[in-house]
Design a protein around this ligand. Structure first.
Ligand SMILES: Cc1cc2nc3c(=O)[nH]c(=O)nc-3n(C[C@H](O)[C@H](O)[C@H](O)COP(=O)(O)OP(=O)(O)OC[C@H]3O[C@@H](n4cnc5c(N)ncnc54)[C@H](O)[C@@H]3O)c2cc1C
Ligand code: SF4
Ligand code: SF4
Length: 438
């Protein structure tokens, strides 16, 4: 697809959740946190507003976008020095990595999504003067769930970025103000669609050094839709301070009074959500585990702790920067995923593009919800199951909504994961390489 073509494509997902002008400050606060003014997002089809369309050269989206014609094999080789190794089967799921560990920070940081490893790495880079600035995502002043991209220049400012926000954050729009401010060594903490664009453009951005700390990401939605979801879960949703889909098949919510609520996934009011609750971008995302980051900081295989994929030498440097604050261990690996992924595939097909339907009667759900943590896939097997579900979901939804894009958007490794579930590319769906055009 020609880069200019995308300017003509209408934007599907509406404007970003960066908020109105009143929430944008152009001055740095006392903790060295700066949210510069940014331009408007250009209209785009399949777009998560990573920020590139708001820069001086929005035409770069054509080369930078995960949703246009990504080239994962090329970028993986460039960033990590090698392609995925077929002799290491888990690289088929998680991308190239040196080691995969279970991890926890002591003490765990207040306000962090898990123990706070992601923001603590940013803090350490600033404390040791390894970088001039960290680009990350804080909350909008008027809404803890709404993302606000920020440039952080002092270690104490990283605390403002702890915790997950729901919605698109045009993080990469901060690259230009960071460069203009004279910062040459930076770190970026980002989700996969942001990190893809960052890596695709990295060599032309003019920075001396960029550390990339990635988190996995799946099932993002707009901040407004997330608020509507929270309204279904609590009498007073404004008291919810924490929300997470845990790897033990429970959602955990925490409240302003310190109380906690755990709900089995199967008991969530999914059927009451609109069909477009998850935008098409996030239903068709091909990079769950942030394969182009130096280190991926997640939780999926952590069984209640965090999960790190240390991908290259720079990733090792980042883990080392945590010293003995971080405890590392071997992730568990139990259960069998195949029938769970197969069930997910059938439900996704039945939903015909809407939210996955569930055939199970209501009376059975609480029972199965309690049994799943004992019999379902756990540790690395849980993470593999989620990756395969994502691959299956991507193919089913693209076939329904953007079939012509499949050959450009779906890399071979996604087809490889879906093949065990009977999904293989038709002739017009076979991956087209960016270099050869065939
Ligand atoms: C929408 C979304 C879905 C996710 N889904 C998964 C998942 O399925 N599996 C999994 O293992 N992990 C997932 N994560 C990552 C997970 O929530 C934690 O961020 C990660 O485990 C790191 O925890 P921590 O305690 O080290 O992070 P903290 O130290 O609390 O730092 C959180 C970091 O996340 C960044 N951040 C927060 N919200 C956003 C946002 N909207 N956009 C971009 N960056 C943001 C902040 O910049 C901050 O640096 C998801 C994150 C998001 C934003
Ligand atoms: S590169 Fe970023 S801004 Fe451009 S179309 Fe893709 S997600 Fe949207
Ligand atoms: S699920 Fe994928 S496309 Fe959606 S916000 Fe997360 S990384 Fe971006």
């Amino acid at each position: 697809m020609a880069p200019d073509d995308i300017d003509a494509i209408s934007r599907e997902n509406g404007a970003a959740d960066v908020g109105d002008a009143s929430s944008r400050v152009s001055e740095m606060d006392g903790a060295g946190v700066w949210a510069p003014e940014m331009g408007e997002a250009a209209p785009r089809d399949l777009c998560t507003d990573c920020g590139i369309s708001r820069t001086a050269d929005p035409g770069r989206c054509g080369r930078a976008c995960q949703f246009i014609q990504p080239d994962y094999p090329d970028l993986e080789a460039r960033v990590h020095g090698r392609a995925r190794d077929p002799e290491r089967p888990d690289e088929r799921f998680f991308g190239p990595f040196r080691r995969m560990v279970r991890a926890g920070l002591t003490p765990r940081r207040d306000g962090a999504q898990w123990t706070g490893i992601a923001t603590r790495i940013g803090e350490r880079l600033l404390e040791t003067d390894a970088v001039d600035a960290v680009l990350a995502v804080a909350s909008r002043d008027d809404d803890r769930w709404a993302p606000k991209p920020v440039i952080v220049t002092r270690p104490e400012g990283m605390a403002q970025c702890r915790g997950m926000k729901m919605g698109y954050a045009p993080l990469l729009a901060l690259l230009e103000p960071a460069r203009k401010a004279g910062y040459t060594r930076i770190a970026v903490i980002g989700i996969p669609c942001q990190v893809y664009a960052l890596r695709a453009l990295e060599r032309e951005l003019g920075f001396e050094r960029i550390y990339v700390i990635g988190t996995p990401c799946s099932d993002n939605t707009t901040t407004d839709k997330f608020h509507a979801f929270l309204e279904l879960l609590a009498d007073d949703p404004s008291t919810i301070t924490y929300f997470e889909f845990r790897a033990d098949y429970f959602v955990e919510m925490r409240f302003t009074d310190g109380s906690k609520k755990e709900i089995p996934f199967l008991m969530l009011p999914i059927s009451r959500l609109p069909a477009d609750f998850f935008p098409l971008t996030c239903r068709t995302c091909v990079d769950y585990t942030n394969v182009l980051a130096d280190i991926t900081v997640g939780y999926m295989a952590g069984e209640g702790e965090q999960w790190l994929l240390v991908r290259n030498e720079r990733g090792e440097e980042l883990v080392a920067s945590l010293g003995n604050e971080v405890t590392l261990g071997q992730p568990g690996d139990k259960g069998k995923r195949a029938k769970h992924v197969e069930g997910f595939k059938l439900n996704t097909e039945k939903a015909a593009g809407g939210m996955p339907v569930r055939g199970m009667p209501n009376w059975l759900r609480p029972i199965v919800g309690r049994i799943m943590p004992i019999v379902g896939p756990r540790g690395i097997e849980f993470a593999r199951a989620r990756l395969e579900m994502k691959a299956v979901e991507t193919i089913i939804h693209l076939r329904l909504h953007r079939r012509k894009r499949i050959k450009y958007m779906v890399p071979q490794h996604v087809w490889d994961m879906a093949a065990d579930y009977g999904l293989t590319p038709e002739e017009d769906e076979k991956p087209v390489s960016r270099q050869s055009g065939s």
